[in-house]
Design a protein around this ligand. Sequence first.
Ligand code: TMP
Length: 227
Amino acid sequence: MSGRLVVFEGVEGCGKSTQLQRLQATLQGSDRIQDLQRQGAISQIVTTREPGGTELGQEIRHLLLDYRSATPMASRAELLLYAADRAQHVEELIKPALADGSWVLCDRYVDSTVAYQGYGRGLDLDLIHQLNQVATGGLLPDLTLWLQLDAAVGLARTRQRGAADRMEQADLAFHQRVQQGFEQLAEQHSDRIVAIDAAAETDAVATEIDAVVDRYVQQWYTPSLTT
Ligand code: TMP
């Protein structure tokens, strides 16, 4: 039995963390999922995030988001810290959970590195792909829900929430490049990335996500017809 990796992506303030929690609750209450669990096709519905999905990752997250110094963090140091977090996360949590047949709902994954460190910071995209490969051993999401939102709208939402972390403090132009990165990725990987309109009300976003996930559940768990 092998589980499924479902990733939430998007710019700051797109609402992915809220939607991820809602999806977990919806799946846990779903008759279809409970049936699949009884049949042994699915184990648990696990939630996690990057950076910070493991104990080591929590420390790396703190370094990445709370670092304050007169000398700014070098972009390549930032990239390597995200990669280190991911390598630990995949080995310690994601791969074992998938091997156990669980669904892993993950807040950010490889596409965030392409969007933020590639498009945002301007680091070489080939280097990023290589590092993602090293960190994940080639493990890609089965489905990526990209919560599509204008970067300025998202940033305004996060700034209402209180003190901005180191990444949120970057200027609007940076976050607009990140947004373009996600747009490019969605075009290039239309097989696994589905755009969700995140400008809508929270309930409407959740409804759209549920419909997409339902479609994938059908696809993943309906035995193919043989004649
Ligand atoms: P979040 O958990 O609130 O989304 O914060 C994570 C921050 O880290 C967010 O600003 C996006 C950023 N990030 C990257 O820059 N590269 C990455 O590879 C990942 C996973 C996150």
